[in-house]
Design a binder for this molecule. Structure first.
Ligand code: 13P
Ligand code: SF4
Length: 309
């Protein structure tokens, strides 16, 4: 009897499908994926897919972005309820009113938002290119930055630009405990702290390195240190352990009382290996985006890809 992973790999071939997975997916899902990456890498990869079906093992806004970038492909997501607290914090109707109240502002949105919000945007950014893209905006243009106020504050500090911030945040990255982190660091003074910029300022202030998930993986590979405290969703540890098996990786502690004593994104973890199999087998749930939204949302995503080169 074949196991679930073997059956998924077989089905993938049979259906001419590819699996794109985010670093926060459970280890078993990452293992059956054709590509595992951060939001920027996943968008770039989705655009290049030649297969008939893209199974997106990530959250809804990521699958939607893949559909917008490669509309002729069938894009499927194992669980349609796999959302994101940042995307939910920014309802399109409210965001529209906000942008209309500041018509002179250039609108920059973090990719963690709905296609409708992207359609109201001038340029999309991810955590790996936000600083570079904001730096490219002429100094006299005022900027709206949404929906992540923590990433927004970080970008403001790095660029020296003032930006009008939307009041959104990531529930996972806001749950890191500064007190527990300091206590952990005292026990491990030889460790380097690395953090995702969705974390709050007080956590970022402790960090030796701040970057996207792909950036963090790259850092632990290149940095000569042997021990790292990792402040982002715990799924990233799977790839990190594969890349640097000889190094010690400690997940940053969360305020939440959860089973892994670390931070897990409940939305990302809605996808399971069984759901990946069912999704491939039934080719559903499928991601659809209305044509007009698709057209409008593509423009700021393409600007981002161009500015990321
Ligand atoms: P990355 O683009 O850095 O992978 O971030 C995605 C995300 O949702 C972080 O919470
Ligand atoms: Fe959204 Fe945070 Fe989960 Fe990333 S970790 S998908 S930002 S809720």
């Amino acid at each position: 009897m074949k196991n679930l992973k073997e059956r998924i790999l077989e089905l993938k071939k049979e259906k001419n499908a590819v699996i794109l997975a985010h670093y926060y997916q459970e280890a078993d899902i990452q293992d059956v994926a054709d590509y595992v990456g951060d939001s920027l890498g996943l968008s770039q990869e989705a655009m290049k897919v030649d297969a008939d079906i893209i199974l997106f093992a990530g959250v809804h806004f990521m699958a939607e972005t893949a559909k917008i970038l490669n509309p002729s492909k069938k894009v499927i997501l194992p669980d349609l309820k796999a959302g994101c607290s940042l995307a939910e914090s920014c309802p399109p109707e409210d965001f529209k009113k906000f942008t209309e109240a500041h018509p002179d502002h250039i609108v920059i949105t973090y990719v963690n938002c709905s296609a409708e919000v992207k359609a109201l945007t001038d340029i999309v950014v991810t955590s790996s290119n936000a600083v570079k893209i904001v730096e490219s905006i002429p100094k006299d243009r005022p900027i709206i930055f949404a929906p992540d106020k923590n990433l927004g504050k970080y970008v403001m500090e790095k660029t020296g630009r003032d930006m009008l911030l939307w009041d959104g945040s990531c529930v996972v990255h806001e749950a890191f405990s500064l007190d527990k982190l300091i206590a952990l660091y005292k026990e491990n003074p030889d460790a380097k702290i690395i953090a995702h910029p969705e974390s709050e300022t007080h956590i970022l202030k402790t960090a030796n390195y701040i970057g996207s998930t792909a950036g963090m993986i790259d850092f632990v590979k290149k940095d000569p240190s042997n021990k790292f405290i990792v402040a982002t969703e715990a799924g990233i540890l799977h790839k990190m352990k594969q890349e640097v098996p000889e190094k010690i990786l400690i997940p940053a502690p969360s305020n939440e009382d959860n089973t892994c004593a670390c931070s897990e994104c409940g939305y990302m973890k809605m996808n399971t290996l069984q759901k990946v199999y069912d999704c491939l087998l039934n080719e559903t749930p499928e991601i659809t985006v209305p044509d007009d939204i698709m057209k409008k949302a593509l423009v700021p995503i393409e600007r981002m890809l161009e500015l990321s080169k």
